[in-house]
Design a protein around this ligand. Structure first.
Ligand code: MN
Length: 319
């Protein structure tokens, strides 16, 4: 079955240094191997895709990417350069690659304009954002302009994890909990909830948010979010749709990246529906053959499998 992977990372030599913070959460030898494969766009990647049966990778710059840059002007120029590079790679392999833009969110107006350029001129399919940008989250009023452009262009923003802005006290003394195993997921789920309660989806009802890793746990907690929201809300916040789960069912799309396990997939299917789940592998940090085999053999209907494998991506990303 045709497969389109939505969380497929790369890096360029110029931008490798931005990964320094991420490298600290990985075993050194594992990081070296991943770094080598992130830099390769074709030589090993295409044969590996062929072997796994992955037809298309929607490429994205590896976390935290441009967002680790402290100087907004540098972020603006480097985002444009890497998006140009990505468009060039896709142009050479148009049947195998699509791409998500990197955005210089340090300068919100420039980020919105870069998203527009990336979509309308470079043919990219949206943007991938790695957690906070210098401590600023996507519900920040200054970043409404980015959502305005994303909704107007009808492209998704993929919210991908990165190291948190700081280390929560509960994680102090436990560096093993910092990284993709735990803190990245809880951090990203909290970031997604900020968007709901921060009014992003009331301001932009047609905005589309993508989360990896089977939704970072959110599909599992819909009922409890609603129940405890009704009981505990005394902050003067009103949600146009009433319950937080209504936004997760409407605005959220998730990918299977980095999760090869049937129980969370079945939960996500029941919670969000088959139209909101898309295939992803988290290349090169996960085994893409395992990810593809997991989807091929998952205990779901053939109609749902086709939606997850490629039909939803074709619709959402206009592929
Ligand atoms: Mn990833």
């Amino acid at each position: 079955m045709r497969k389109i992977g939505l969380e497929e990372h790369f890096v360029t030599e110029e931008l490798v240094a931005y990964g320094a913070g991420t490298s600290t959460v990985a075993r050194p030898e594992a990081w070296r191997e991943a770094s080598r494969r992130l830099l390769d766009l074709t030589y090993e990647r295409l044969p590996e895709m062929d072997a796994a049966g992955v037809d298309v990778q929607v490429l994205s710059l590896n976390s935290p990417g441009i967002q680790a840059e402290a100087d907004p002007a540098v972020a603006v120029s480097r985002a444009a350069a890497v998006n140009d590079f990505l468009a060039g790679v896709i142009a050479e392999h148009p049947t195998r690659f699509a791409g998500f833009a990197a955005l210089p969110l340090q300068d919100p107006q420039a980020a919105a304009k870069e998203l527009e350029r990336a979509v309308t001129q470079l043919g990219l399919r949206g943007a991938l954002v790695n957690a906070h940008t210098q401590g600023r989250y996507l519900d920040d009023p200054a970043l409404r302009v980015v959502w305005e452009y994303a909704e107007g262009l009808d492209v998704p923003l993929y919210l991908h994890p990165a190291n948190g802005y700081d280390v929560p006290h509960v994680l102090s003394g436990h560096p093993e909990l910092i990284g993709p195993m735990w803190s990245w997921g809880s951090d990203t789920a909290a970031h997604a909830l900020r968007l709901i309660f921060g009014g992003v989806f009331d301001d932009f009802p047609n905005a589309k948010l993508l989360l990896g890793h089977m939704g970072e746990g959110l599909p599992y907690v819909l009922w409890r979010l609603d129940s405890r929201w009704r009981f505990h809300n005394h902050h003067g916040i009103e949600l146009a749709l009433g319950d937080p789960s209504a936004y997760l069912r409407r605005n959220l799309y998730i990918t299977t990246s980095g999760v090869c396990s049937a129980p969370p997939l079945l939960c996500a299917l029941l919670a969000l529906g088959a139209d909101h789940i898309l295939f992803g592998t988290d290349y090169p940090f996960e085994d893409i053959a395992e990810a593809a085999a997991f989807l091929d053999n998952a205990p779901i209907s053939e109609a749902d499998r086709a939606k997850i494998a490629h039909q939803n991506a074709e619709r959402l990303l206009k592929l």
